[in-house]
Design a binder for this molecule. Structure first.
Ligand code: FRU
Length: 497
C-alpha cells in the first residue's frame, strides 16, 4: 500500500528527524520533522484530535519534491510527529503533492484533497510546464490511500480563459443545509489575473464548476494561491495570496502578499461582493494561512511563517527550515479580521511577572522581563500631557544583537527591525504597519519563541509575524522613550512545554 517513494521518505525522516534536539527547535511553534516545511495543509479535527499536515521536503532544507508531513495534537500546541502521509508517486502528482485541506468523509474516513502537479514538458527558465489538478486521498489518521480515479477536478472543468498551470490549493467544506461539498480553489486567467473559483460536489467524487467568486482586475497579482472562505459576524472573509504584486501604500508590499477579501458571499447565487481588501499580517514572514473550526466552534488559523521571497535563505547549519505561526483565534470587528493567539497557550505560561505604571524615558530593563520563549504584553501610554516621539522595545538583545519594535504616534506607524537578528543573508529586515491611533496608547502582545517574534497589536487588530535567527543567549529586553516619556504596564510569562 505504501509506495516506494513514501516508504523512502518515512525511513529518511525516522532516521534523521530524531537527530534534531528539542533545543534546536522553537518551543511552541511547528517545524518539519527534518528538512523543509512550507504551507500548513489539511488542518482539521478528526477522530478526537487535531491533525495538521504540511508541505514537506524531508531530504533537504530547500523547497523540492513536495510531500505531506503530519502532526497530531490535543491542543494545537503540543504536537506529536507522525510519519509523512503523501509522496509524489503517481503520474498526476509526479512533480509534487501540493497544498490542500481535509474533512471527515460520510463513511467516517479522513479525507484529504490536494493539488497534484504533473510535469507536461521540458523545464524552461525557472519554470516547468505543468498541469495542476485536484485529487483525493482517504485515511484513518495515520495512513492514506490516493483515490483510484484521481484527479477529480481538472482545469478542463474551468470556464474558458483559465490557466492549467496555476490552478491549486483546494479548501473544502460541507454545507450541511444543502448536503453539498464545496471547494474554493486558487486560479489565474490567461490575462494573468488572480482569481478564486468555486466548485461543488454531492458526493466528493463528482465535481462541477459553480462560479468565480472574485478576481483581482490585474491589480492584485497574477495568481491567487491558497484561498479559504469563512463567515465571522456578518462578514465573509476570503484569504488569498496575490502573487507578484507591486507595493500599494502602507497596505501591500512588493512581491507575494497574504491578503483577505472582506464582503458578502451570497450562498444562493454563489456570488461574492467585495467591500475591502487588506493585508492579513504586516510582518515579514507570513504566507499560506489555513483555517479550521474547533469542536467548540472557534475559527482557528495557522500559516507558514516565511515567504517565497526568503525560500533560499536557509541559515547555515540548520537541519530544519520553515515554521508555522502560532494558531490564532479569528473574530470580526468593524469588518476587520481580528487575530489572537489561541487560548490554549495559557496552559503553558510559567513565571508570571507584572509591572504597572512604570515611567520610561531612557533605556530601561525590568527585573524578570527577559527570555526567548515568552508571552509578553506591553501597554504603552503617554506620561502626562506631552506625547513621546518614539517608543522602542528591544528583544533578543545582547551587546551585539537586538530586534526592535518602534511606535511613532505622530503618524501612528509601528516599525519592526531585524537588521541585528543574526541573519547572514541580505534579506528584508524592516517592515512597517499603520495602526489605529489611540491617543498615543498602544498595546503590543509579543509571542516570542527562539526563532520568531509575532506582534499582536491592539488586541489582534493587526499582527506582524517575523522570524529571527539571533543566538539564543541574546535574551535581553529593554524599553526606551525618545522625545518625551511614556508609562508602561507589562505582563510577562515564560512559555514552557
Ligand atoms: C504556497 C504554495 C501553494 C502550493 C505550495 C507548493 O506557498 O505555492 O500554492 O500548493 O506552496 O509547495
Amino acid at each position: 500500500m505504501e509506495s516506494d517513494r513514501l516508504k523512502k521518505a518515512r525511513e529518511y525522516e525516522a532516521a534523521h528527524g530524531t537527530q534534531i534536539t528539542e533545543e534546536e527547535r522553537p518551543v511552541y511553534h511547528v517545524t518539519p520533522t527534518v528538512g523543509w516545511l512550507n504551507d500548513p495543509n489539511g488542518f482539521s479535527y478528526f477522530d478526537g484530535q487535531y491533525h495538521l499536515f504540511y508541505q514537506y521536503n524531508p531530504y533537504s532544507t530547500h523547497w523540492d519534491s513536495m510531500h505531506w508531513g503530519h502532526l497530531v495534537s490535543e491542543d494545537m500546541l503540543n504536537w506529536k510527529r507522525l510519519p509523512a502521509v503523501l509522496a509524489p508517486d503517481t503520474w498526476y502528482d509526479n512533480f509534487g503533492v501540493f497544498s490542500g485541506s481535509a474533512l471527515t468523509a460520510p463513511d467516517g474516513r479522513h479525507l484529504l484533497i490536494y493539488t497534484g502537479v504533473e510535469v507536461t514538458g521540458e523545464a524552461r527558465g525557472e519554470g516547468v510546464p505543468c498541469r495542476q489538478t485536484q485529487c483525493l486521498a482517504f485515511g484513518d489518521g495515520m495512513n492514506y490511500v490516493k483515490y483510484e480515479n484521481n484527479p477529480v477536478i481538472t482545469p478542463e472543468m474551468l470556464p474558458e480563459g483559465y490557466s492549467e498551470e496555476d490552478f491549486r490549493d483546494p479548501k473544502i467544506w460541507y454545507e450541511e443545509k444543502e448536503g453539498v461539498y464545496y471547494s474554493i480553489i486558487g486560479a489565474s486567467t490567461e490575462e494573468n489575473d488572480g482569481a478564486v473559483v468555486l466548485f461543488r460536489s454531492p458526493d466528493l467524487y463528482n465535481w462541477e464548476y459553480v462560479s468565480t467568486l472574485d478576481k483581482g482586475g490585474n491589480e492584485y497579482g497574477y495568481m491567487w494561491e491558497c484561498p479559504d472562505l469563512f463567515r465571522l459576524g456578518d462578514t465573509d472573509f476570503i484569504p488569498i495570496l496575490p502573487m507578484k504584486m507591486v507595493a500599494k501604500g502602507n497596505e501591500f508590499h512588493a512581491g507575494n502578499n497574504a491578503a483577505y477579501l472582506a464582503g458578502i458571499y451570497d450562498r444562493e447565487t454563489h456570488t461574492f461582493t467585495r467591500k475591502a481588501i487588506r493585508s492579513i499580517d504586516y510582518g515579514i514572514d507570513f504566507y499560506a494561512p489555513q483555517s479550521t473550526v474547533t469542536p467548540d466552534g472557534r475559527r482557528v488559523m495557522t500559516a507558514w511563517m516565511q515567504t517565497p521571497e526568503t525560500m533560499h535563505r536557509t541559515p547555515p547549519g540548520v537541519k530544519w527550515f520553515g515554521q508555522l505561526t502560532i494558531p490564532r483565534e479569528l473574530s470580526e470587528k468593524d469588518g476587520l479580521l481580528i487575530q489572537r493567539p489561541i487560548r490554549e497557550i495559557e496552559a503553558y505560561r510559567k513565571d508570571p511577572v507584572y509591572y504597572d505604571d512604570v515611567y520610561v524615558k531612557e533605556c530601561t530593563r525590568l527585573t524578570g522581563v527577559e527570555g526567548r520563549s515568552l508571552d509578553l504584553t506591553v501597554r504603552v501610554k503617554p506620561a502626562g500631557d506631552t506625547l513621546y516621539q518614539k517608543f522602542t522595545i528591544k528583544v533578543a538583545e545582547d551587546e551585539e544583537f537586538c530586534t526592535s519594535i518602534t511606535y511613532d504616534p505622530a503618524d501612528s506607524m509601528l516599525y519592526f527591525d531585524r537588521t541585528y537578528s543574526g541573519f547572514m543573508h541580505y534579506i528584508i529586515s524592516e517592515r512597517k504597519a499603520h495602526v489605529r491611533y489611540r491617543g498615543g496608547e498602544i498595546r503590543l502582545r509579543l509571542m516570542i519563541d527562539r526563532f520568531s517574534v509575532e506582534i499582536f497589536v491592539n488586541d489582534g487588530e493587526q499582527v506582524m509575524s517575523n522570524t529571527i535567527y539571533t543566538r539564543q543567549s541574546a535574551d535581553g529586553i529593554s524599553f526606551e522613550a525618545v522625545g518625551g516619556a511614556a508609562v508602561i504596564d507589562v505582563e510577562k510569562y515564560t512559555i514552557e512545554k
